[in-house]
Design a protein around this ligand. Structure first.
Ligand SMILES: Cc1ncc(COP(=O)(O)O)c(C=O)c1O
Length: 452
């Protein structure tokens, strides 16, 4: 979180006090650092430089048009999983020829749109989908470029079950053992099956998992080519890990959860992972195959924060509870995956916010508190018994590392409008998504009311 710093005890986003953002755009609000987005693309370009891959940003992680536009300007292609995401990518200025299209449930309309606008390729997830692409491409008198998403039965033990996608008991991809016949030259009249795609999970902390997946599909590629088929591209998906915990260089985290160095916060660990993956892909790259990666969180997670406000402070049986104006409707990850985010007051009077060492913490006491949202669900809790400076109603908090799977998973549950999104670039800030209103929620339903 290089661009989210505490200066004189107050949170800054790049060159702006976070307070000014909430004063102007209200609370809760998602805030992104443009420089962090640019830096994270540069970290990936550096880590995978020997392969010069096409970096297709995973739109689902943070799909705001202005975020996409910025990344297109940094040279990113786009990884989309629906017609809606495809239209977002195009609206943000992504060249169609830089877009790859994955997803287990592509509709006929999605496929038609993708063919009409000339996307780079589909990552097909089943034989039935291939038949559908074949039929629609035939109708349109086109040839479709397709990679097969292979399920190699490889999973990283540290990837949460809910986001592990490379194991045999998930719905994703085509089982490795069923793939070879689908590459047979001449099998399809309107589809060129010339790519291999894997996406093993999100996140994948260990490079060995990528290496194992690549080894398996490398054998498949050998078999395809021995039968006269051709493979032009190898896409290893996303899942590159980030730190949700600490700031680089911090000796200790006052929240007591350690201070592992950030992965994207500091280029080193991703460089190490990149080296191992590059080594495994070197032979395929040397054969002229295009290498594609699909990072989402590695670009967006640590480029965004959620700023929220304490509505109430109440006493529970055992400890205090802070009820925020943001909850699982705003940020679903804690409720859905048990995800842990650093949370800290925007103004705590200290020098380095949550990342202070014990020595630097000085006199600021911490007390265990539950940080919860306003939604009528027991699971609507961001943190339990979290050591934080004493909180009071009206106090503003930052929830860190929220750029990925934050706003893109937000809902209107309990009829609460979704928050605004703001971009900061240096000392400039601008709204990139207006806060929803209750009217936005009600309008699509008004025509259905009887007897008005
Ligand atoms: C096909 C595909 N590619 C890439 C990603 C991005 O994953 P991450 O944000 O962990 O990089 C996902 C995430 O679910 C995915 O499903």
């Amino acid at each position: 979180m290089e661009h989210f710093n505490y200066l004189d005890g107050k949170l800054q986003v790049e060159g702006l006090p976070a307070d000014t953002i909430v004063d102007r755009f209200g609370s809760p609000v998602y805030v992104y650092s443009a420089q962090a987005l640019r830096d994270h693309v540069a970290v990936l370009q550096h880590a995978f430089a020997p392969l010069a891959p096409l970096i297709c940003y995973s739109v689902k992680s943070c799909s705001n048009l202005s975020v996409l536009q910025l990344l297109v300007r940094q040279g990113c292609g786009m990884d989309v999983v629906s017609g809606g995401e495809l239209q977002r990518a195009l609206a943000a200025g992504a060249p169609a020829a830089s877009i790859v299209f994955a997803g287990v449930g592509k509709s006929a309309d999605d496929i038609r749109l993708a063919l009409e606008c000339g996307i780079f390729m589909f990552n097909a997830e089943s034989e039935a989908e291939l038949e559908r692409i074949e039929a629609i491409a035939g109708e349109l008198k086109q040839r479709a470029r397709v990679a097969l998403r292979i399920n190699p039965d490889v999973a990283d033990p540290a990837t949460p079950d809910k986001t592990a996608t490379g194991g045999r008991h998930t719905k994703f991809g085509i089982p490795l053992t069923r793939a070879l016949p689908l590459y047979r030259p001449g099998r399809y009249r309107h589809v060129d099956v010339r790519g291999v795609h894997i996406h093993l999970g999100s996140p994948i902390p260990d490079a060995a998992t990528y290496v194992a997946g690549i080894e398996r599909v490398e054998r498949l590629i050998g078999q395809v080519e021995a039968l006269g088929g051709r493979i032009d591209s190898v896409n290893i998906g996303g899942g590159f890990p980030v730190s949700y915990d600490a700031k680089p260089g911090a000796a200790e985290d006052v929240t007591g959860h350690g201070s592992a160095l950030g992965v994207v916060d500091s280029a080193q660990p991703l460089d190490g992972m990149g080296r191992l993956i590059c080594a495994q892909l070197a032979r395929l790259h040397a054969q002229g195959k295009r290498i594609i990666i699909e990072p989402g969180r590695a670009i967006s997670a640590n480029a965004g924060v959620l700023l929220a406000t304490v509505e109430y402070k109440k006493q529970g049986w055992d400890r205090d509870i802070a009820i925020l104006d943001a909850g699982m409707n705003t940020l679903l990850r804690p409720a859905m995956y048990g995800a842990r985010h650093v949370i800290w007051p925007m103004a705590d009077g200290g020098a380095h916010g949550p990342w202070r060492t014990v020595a630097e913490r000085g006199g600021v006491a911490v007390v265990a508190v539950d940080v919860a949202g306003p939604i009528c669900e027991t699971g609507d809790v961001f943190a339990q018994a979290r050591p934080l400076p004493p909180l009071a109603a009206g106090q503003r908090l930052a929830v860190f590392s929220c750029g990925a799977y934050g706003m893109s998973m937000a809902s209107q549950y309990n009829s609460r409008p979704r928050p605004a999104e703001v971009m900061v670039d240096g000392e400039r800030m601008w709204e990139i998504r207006a806060r929803e209103s209750v009217a936005d929620l009600l309008t699509p339903e008004l025509a259905g009311l009887q007897g008005r």
